[in-house]
Design a protein around this ligand. Structure first.
Ligand code: NDP
Length: 264
């Protein structure tokens, strides 16, 4: 019988995950199917998962923390960051993982000579990625619009700033991890600030995918190498698929099929 997988989110209509995973299931001849589910109330995640008879799921905005709470067992990295984006059912128990951060890490490894990274934003995705980037050896600094969300990072020993107290230095890589530009035309930080950090950077990334965001458009004036969030999306999906199929395939083979999503 076919296994069923889904992505939970709100909104979820825009997600490329169903197409990515279905391409890989089909290409690798794995008997499974992946759909999307608009979940308004994150507290209903677990009962909905079982009611749908799912084998596994991905979780996107804004339910990653609720997904963390819904799991019976959470791996050590997801435990550390308090957010789960991948769930696998095994013997009636839910096992949780976070593949966003390793996905981003893979996406930036193709960029050369990066030592210092400025993260614009301090939300859920920044929370998981800041830790893994630092553990990998990068120096990570955070700049966020408001102070509230920075408390966690201060407790974790990160150098943090708001727009009001920012003291710019030179950063090799600047990553937009805010949702500015996702559904509006806003830059992630005031232009005066961007003008002080972008010219001396080596590269810039916006983790939003599938659109030429205001940040990427602005950065292009300075002729920097740029990337959108497609690579991160792809790599987090490959790692999730690897969990879904219990490591049956190589990540290279999964990637080969999944990345066809960008040709469609
Ligand atoms: P959160 O809602 O947890 O955090 C949002 C962050 O954006 C906060 O730091 C917030 O600052 C900041 N922000 C929002 N609007 C503005 C603005 N107008 N100006 C400046 N800062 C702003 O979001 P997530 O971390 O879950 O997601 C962030 C983005 O990452 C989304 O666009 C999402 O689509 C994308 N994403 C992409 C992935 C991929 O695979 N490519 C994977 C996961 C996420 P404040 O604290 O001041 O409110």
């Amino acid at each position: 019988m076919k296994q069923l997988f889904a992505i939970f989110g709100n909104p979820v209509a825009h997600s490329k995950s169903p197409l990515m995973h279905n391409l890989a299931f089909k290409g690798l001849n794995y008997p499974a199917c992946y759909t999307r589910y608009l979940l308004r109330d994150g507290r209903r995640l677990k009962e909905t998962f079982f009611a749908l008879g799912l084998k596994g799921a991905n979780i996107t905005v804004p339910h990653k923390e609720e997904a963390f709470r819904a799991c019976d067992v959470v791996d050590s990295f997801a435990q550390k960051v308090g957010a789960v984006n991948t769930i696998v059912e095994q013997g009636g128990r839910l096992y949780g993982y976070n593949t966003d951060a390793p996905g981003l890490l893979k996406a930036i490894q193709s960029l050369k000579e990066i030592k210092t990274i400025l993260l614009l934003g301090a939300g859920g995705t920044a929370r998981s990625t800041a830790v893994i980037l630092r553990d990998t050896g990068y120096e990570v600094i955070l700049l966020n619009r408001s102070a509230e969300r920075l408390k966690y990072y201060q407790e974790e020993g990160f150098e943090t700033y708001t727009f009001d107290n920012f003291q710019p230095k030179t950063y090799d890589l600047v990553i937009n991890m805010t949702s500015a530009g996702l559904e509006n035309n806003l830059l992630p930080a005031p232009e005066e600030i961007l003008k002080r950090i972008i010219p001396s950077s080596k590269a810039c990334i916006d983790i939003i995918y599938g659109k030429n965001t205001p940040f990427l458009q602005w950065v292009k004036n300075y002729n920097k190498p740029t990337k959108d969030g497609s690579d991160m999306l792809l790599h987090q999906g490959v790692i999730a698929f690897d969990y879904f199929t219990n490591h049956r395939f190589t990540q290279r083979d999964i990637e080969l099929h999944m990345k066809q999503v960008f040709l469609l």
